[in-house]
Design a protein around this ligand. Structure first.
Ligand code: NAD
Length: 366
């Protein structure tokens, strides 16, 4: 297959980790006879430095014309970078919000996987972590409480504030379809998380999700209240396959799920619209504290590239190949600094390597 991939290396460690993901994609292309054409564009701080704005129309147009976007991360150190002297709408992060909006990316996917070799980094009790877990959190990204009308006002001598949580049937249906499609590529279970015992928006969420489920007889749908879901994530994370939820619940639960893996440099993510198009990026930030040192972990970006192959290009075998190569590198005892064991005994069993070496070792195992 031929594919055009726009890359946004971004700021901080972004260029270092994107370079390794490209290396891995080129290796996959060579092995399977595909052609991936990459074009780099600027966004975030790098775009402010070059053009005075965090996101240009040209970057948007190029991203729209591409088959997929691979991003590193954007932003700098808020205390020292001149970008943060600008007003919020002109800072690097505004570029990210702008591109998500321009590309209509309404579905955010964050896998949380506990790798056997990194189980020691998991903060859960061993009896729970030993079962492992591999879940995909799908969060609605463009509706709900964060986008509803809000106001702060005075009434009867005191200040009041109101936020509104609105979902339409079509907004729920399109993300539910995505969740069920993705479950079909996994263990065929969707846990839809809501607060249907209290909220009307959740009752509509549940009704529409149950309707969509009828078109996927192979997939098991389970409804779970959000307070219970927050508990179950630390009590028994192995039970989850795809978690489908609205914007605010997803914001909170996806961070909770990330924390239980214990390894930020391993967390991939994707944001999708209603075509096959997606923007793929690591969940972590631009890590200004280690930028330019060549020691950042590129695995989250490489796993995001694997998600791109699976969800945009339907190249499931190639995606699995990358994921297996990552597991092999970990099993062979190679670690970047962020996933090094903390105790001396653990350190003695593994070898610390840098960003480029990690990319090379994954390529060697492909
Ligand atoms: P961060 O994720 O950049 O860093 C938090 C800690 O994790 C740091 O110690 C960092 O060194 C480490 N870390 C993160 N990714 C790593 C990797 N791949 N390998 C090794 N270590 C890694 O979060 P922060 O410090 O809160 O934010 C820094 C900047 O990143 C800010 O400007 C923030 O706005 C931006 N940010 C961007 C995105 C994005 O581009 N999507 C997401 C989050 C934060």
């Amino acid at each position: 297959m031929n594919a055009n991939i726009v890359c946004i290396p971004g700021d901080g460690i972004g260029p270092e980790i994107v370079a390794e993901a490209k290396k891995v994609l080129n290796k996959v292309a060579e092995k399977y006879g595909h052609e991936f054409v990459f074009e780099d564009v600027l966004m975030g701080g790098a775009s402010i430095d070059a053009y005075g704005v965090p996101l240009t129309d040209e970057t948007i147009a190029k991203a729209k014309a591409a088959d997929a976007v691979l991003m590193g991360s954007i932003g700098g150190d808020a205390k020292t970078s001149p970008w943060y002297k600008l007003e919020p709408s002109k800072r690097p992060e505004a570029g990210l919000l702008g591109i998500r909006k321009a590309l209509n990316l309404f579905a955010n996917l964050r896998p949380a996987v506990l790798y056997e070799e990194l189980a020691a980094a998991c903060p859960l009790k061993t009896e729970i972590s030993s079962k492992g877990f591999d879940m995909m959190i799908m969060r609605e990204l463009t509706g709900g409480l964060y986008f509803g009308e809000r106001k702060t006002y005075e009434e009867n001598g005191e200040t009041k504030a109101v936020d509104t949580l609105v979902y339409s049937e079509s907004e729920i249906r399109r993300i539910a379809i995505k969740a069920f499609d993705i479950a079909m590529k996994r263990r065929k279970k969707v846990t839809s998380v809501d607060k249907a015992n209290v909220l009307d928006s959740s009752r509509l969420w549940r009704k529409v999700t149950e309707e969509v489920a009828k078109d996927y007889p192979e997939v098991t749908l389970e409804n779970m209240l959000v307070d219970n879901a927050a508990m179950q994530l630390v009590k028994d994370p192995a039970q989850f396959d795809v978690i489908l939820t609205e914007n605010m619940f997803g914001d909170i639960l996806s961070d909770e799920a990330s924390m239980v893996t214990g390894s930020i440099g391993m967390l991939a993510s994707a944001s999708l619209n209603d075509t096959k198009f997606g923007l793929y990026e690591p969940s972590g930030g631009s890590a200004p504290d280690i930028a330019g040192k060549g020691i950042a972990n590129p695995i989250a970006t490489i796993l995001s590239a694997a998600m791109m192959l699976r969800f945009t290009f339907d190249l499931d075998k190639e995606a699995q190949d990358i994921e297996d190569a990552v597991k092999k590198v970990l099993a062979d005892g190679f670690r970047t600094i962020d996933i090094m064991p903390q105790d001396e005994e653990g350190k003695a069993k593994v070898t610390q390597i840098e960003t480029k070496e990690m990319g090379d070792k994954i390529c060697e195992r492909l």
